[in-house]
Design a protein around this ligand. Structure first.
Ligand code: NAD
Length: 297
């Protein structure tokens, strides 16, 4: 067997085409969806991600602005800027690029973002809403994974799903979203004993650990769907995921590549969340994200 490749770039293009229409409808109502991105310090990867996000906004006809702070900026300066952006009617979504420098309390900064503009979904209100099944803004990376499964017509209800990685950004919200869609979910993490005894049971395996080659072919069930969220830069400069792509491809039914898998979907879902925030703000009838990913609330 050679797995079908789930092409994140192609799916992202389809989703963006659909949402470009919704931006057009907002323009007709006199509204341009606006995203503000805050970046602190000079982490080169952060600046690359922010560039992707602002370019993607332009591509869909959205307004975006970057607010840069030096590495030694004080936390209260960033919080003050967030307060200004909370009050700015042109801005519908605010995102703080993580990681923040060590002298910042990231939680305090994220809590400063108004819940209705928290397009990353990291504010505690939005985290709680996700757990209670009342999602306002689904966190972008797991939302992108769900969307990929949907576009690839992979059933979720009743499936055994194993999520490797339990971070607040990827693993935990991913598990919540899949549970909401009636999957049987197991979450593994760095302290899990004998990871393979779990992964081998997965109909759908989502890996977000940040460890190259963590998942090899013997750990994967024949015909499984394998979603690789990991992004790792090897010493030779190559970008790889957490899955031994070539080995696992021979055994899985579907697999996502790195790059070109989950990455482009994450940026796309950020746009989706920002457009929805603008629709809510404009009082337009919001067609929920459930239109995009049926059954999703
Ligand atoms: P994190 O470091 O916050 O969390 C990693 C999780 O993996 C932890 O729960 C840890 O317990 C678990 N883990 C680590 N080593 C493990 C092991 N050997 N066995 C089992 N579990 C293990 O990382 P994160 O922010 O969740 O990101 C995870 C990966 O996903 C990283 O490579 C990151 O770059 C990538 N990522 C990609 C996107 C995207 O858009 N594609 C978005 C976010 C994160």
């Amino acid at each position: 067997m050679s797995a079908k490749i789930i092409d994140g770039n192609a799916i992202a293009r389809l989703v963006r085409a659909e949402w470009r229409e919704r931006v057009r409808a907002l323009h007709e109502a006199g509204v341009t969806p606006g995203l503000a991105v805050i970046v602190v310090g000079d982490n080169p990867a952060s600046h690359v991600y922010v560039r992707h996000k602002t370019r993607a906004c332009a591509d869909l006809g959205m307004h975006s602005e970057k607010h840069e702070f030096r590495d030694d900026a004080a936390e209260h300066e960033v919080v003050r800027r967030i307060a200004q952006l909370n009050a700015d009617a042109r801005i519908h979504g605010i995102l703080v690029q993580l990681p923040l420098p060590p002298h910042f309390d990231a939680r305090r900064v994220l809590e400063a973002i108004h819940v209705e503009k928290d397009v990353d979904g990291f504010n505690l209100y939005n985290v709680g809403a996700l757990v209670a099944g009342q999602t306002v803004f689904p966190p972008c990376t797991p939302f992108g994974v769900l969307c990929m499964l949907e576009y690839s017509r992979i059933p979720i209800a009743g499936q055994n799903v194993v999520v490797v990685g339990a971070s607040n950004i990827v693993g935990k919200p991913m598990a919540m979203m899949l549970m909401k869609r009636d999957a049987t979910v197991s979450i593994c993490h760095v302290k899990t004993r004998d990871l393979a005894q779990y992964t081998i049971l997965a109909d759908i395996l989502v890996v977000a650990a940040g460890k190259p080659d963590l998942i090899t072919a013997p750990m994967v069930r024949t015909g499984a769907v394998v979603i690789d969220v990991g992004i790792n830069r090897l010493p030779d400069g190559r970008l790889v995921g957490d899955v031994d792509f070539e080995g696992v491809k021979a055994k899985a039914s579907h697999i996502t590549p790195v790059p070109g898998g989950v990455g482009p979907m994450t940026v796309t879902m950020l746009l989706v969340n920002t457009i929805q925030a603008a629709e809510r703000h404009a009082g337009l009838a919001v067609r929920a994200a459930s239109d995009l990913v049926p059954g999703f609330a």
